[in-house]
Design a binder for this molecule. Structure first.
Ligand SMILES: C[C@]12CC[C@@H]3c4cc(O)c(O)cc4CC[C@H]3[C@@H]1CC[C@@H]2O
Ligand SMILES: [Ca+2]
Ligand SMILES: [Mg+2]
Ligand SMILES: [Mg+2]
Length: 219
């Protein structure tokens, strides 16, 4: 795979290691245990209806730049942007322990939350209404790898775990990080607050959920 394809979803540091043969990346689609982070901003659609398209594009790119940086700094993979939603993976293609996946995903969510708060401050000074951050994180199995055709491929994760992360985000309160029990199992008691068990669309079993503090106590 060329560097330009890897650069679409991996930080430069990992692309360089892969290019020098210091990191073996298995990109063939196969079931893997991963941690999925799905973030969305509440109110972006309403916001975009009040601005001209070129300005919306500028705001979106500022937002994607900040979110990508937060995810890469935390050692995650940027799978895709969907409108103003961001799908990030931890534990693929770089193999990580379940505990390390959760540590990185929570760190990324907190950096994303902080980055959007800083963007909101800047945007408010420019007369742009502020927006709310919501995030869902789940750990589970998904089929992860390069999907697509000979001419167009995309590194992504397919399966219920992705849907669960997205649905957790949808159920989250504004300015919160909502995680499943599979993720909360790896967090200290003092970092989580029990939330309600949820019946998520497209998911048969009830999902026990927990809110994770968006900032560390000392911050
Ligand atoms: C991940 C997903 C695309 C985004 C979909 C979404 C987007 C969004 O902005 C939301 O606020 C909520 C959802 C829930 C379903 C998600 C879908 C389940 C499978 C599909 O690949
Ligand atoms: Ca992708
Ligand atoms: Mg949404
Ligand atoms: Mg959205």
């Amino acid at each position: 795979l060329t560097d330009s394809v890897l650069k679409r979803f991996l930080p430069a540091s990992l692309v360089k290691k892969a290019a020098h043969g210091e990191l073996q990346l298995n990109l063939k689609p196969e079931p893997r245990l991963i941690t999925v982070l799905f973030s969305d901003i509440v109110g972006f659609t309403q916001l975009s209806n009040t601005l001209r398209s070129r300005r919306v594009a500028e705001l979106l790119n500022e937002y994607f730049e900040a979110m990508t940086q937060a995810i890469f700094e935390s050692g995650g993979t940027v799978d895709k942007f969907m409108g103003d939603a961001v799908l990030a993976l931890f534990g693929a293609p770089e193999t990580l322990s379940p505990n390390e996946q959760v540590r990185r995903a929570i760190a990324a969510a907190r950096r994303m939350y902080k980055a959007l708060a800083e963007l909101n401050e800047r945007w408010t000074e420019q007369g742009v209404p502020s927006v709310n951050f919501r995030c869902g994180i789940h750990q589970g199995t998904a089929v992860v790898g390069m999907f697509g055709s000979a001419d167009r491929t995309d590194y992504t994760a397919i399966g219920p775990s992705v849907n669960i992360a997205a649905r957790l985000q949808e159920a989250a309160d504004g300015e919160s990080i909502l995680v499943s029990a599979a993720v909360a199992d790896y967090l200290d008691e003092n970092e989580i607050v029990k939330f309600s068990p949820l019946q998520l669309k497209g998911i048969d079993e009830t999902v026990l959920t927990f809110n994770v503090k968006t900032t560390l106590p000392e911050e």
